[in-house]
Design a protein around this ligand. Structure first.
Ligand code: ZN
Length: 281
């Protein structure tokens, strides 16, 4: 028992001191920023290597712009967001927005990306979501979760020798089962950075998303005013499960903004304490 405890403490120590390589995979070039931007900024500040990957190029997400013109614009916005977050890389694959399918071809793209990044941790959506691109991104990453270590699959990029940890972004969907926060990170100290990163996605946060929600008239014209509006409208209520998990990790602290992640049953399965210790407080 003592030996096990010593081993797990050692593991915690090693993992917290180790520089991690993290790849977050979203369907669109703003999904990772929305779900993981604050934690990504904190991980980057702590010296870890963080990459965002968008599986589609976002070429459908606008009410008046489209195609190559929109994809270019969103590419530039994503690069600016990465710069503001301080992360290492923001890659965008050339699959069409709104048309993603869990094909073998896209699975191979994801296997290659995880291997090339030599990822310790992979974060993606759960495969239950209102948007088919999000849903299939979740499925594609789950389908890659074992294949990344199989050398005969996609042999043009060498297989990983250790399986990464796979995590899910938080979501509010209740069926077939509600999200479980295995890792919670308070991001009050990175909230302004996260809002600045979201602010870089002008075509989305000030144009497309308010338009599709029928709220375009609410968006202030002035740059500072609209960033304040963004911060206010993006401040959601934390779920009961997240509040309970935060109380355990940050006893006695009042936390306004947080991000949470659930451990996937595929890939490497660390003890929850060791997993939590890998994330900055
Ligand atoms: Zn999306």
């Amino acid at each position: 028992m003592i030996r096990m405890l010593a081993a797990s403490l050692l593991l915690c120590g090693i993992l917290s001191a180790q520089k991690l390589r993290i790849i977050a995979i979203g369907a669109h070039p703003d999904d990772c920023d929305i779900k993981f931007g604050g934690t990504a900024a904190k991980l980057a500040r702590a010296g870890h290597a963080v990459k965002f990957l968008s599986v589609t190029n976002g070429d459908a997400g606008h009410q008046s712009d489209r195609g190559v013109s929109l994809a270019k614009r969103r590419h530039a916005e994503a690069q600016e967001s990465a710069r503001r977050l301080g992360i290492a890389e923001y890659e965008i694959l050339e699959n069409h927005d709104g048309e993603l399918l869990p094909t073998l071809e896209v699975r191979r793209q994801i296997i290659r990306a995880i291997r090339r990044w030599n990822a310790d941790i992979v974060i993606a959506p759960r495969p239950n979501d209102y948007h088919p691109d999000h849903r299939y991104t979740g499925t594609l990453v789950e389908d890659a979760a074992y294949m990344v270590v199989v050398p005969n699959v996609t042999p043009d990029v060498p297989a990983l020798r250790k399986n990464p940890i796979f995590l899910y972004f938080e979501d509010g969907f209740q069926k077939p089962y509600p999200f479980h926060p295995d890792v919670v990170v308070a991001i009050d100290d990175a909230w302004d950075t996260k809002v600045a990163a979201l602010d870089a996605h002008t075509s989305q946060v000030y144009e497309w998303l308010p338009w599709v929600d029928g709220k375009l008239a609410e968006v202030p014209a002035d740059a500072a005013a609209r960033r304040a509006w963004l911060s206010k409208t993006r401040t959601g209520r934390l779920s009961e499960a997240v509040v309970a998990a935060l109380a355990k990790r940050y006893p006695g602290q009042t936390i306004r903004h947080a991000e949470a992640f659930e451990l996937c049953e595929y890939g490497q399965r660390p003890k929850v304490d060791a997993l939590q210790a890998m994330f900055p407080k």
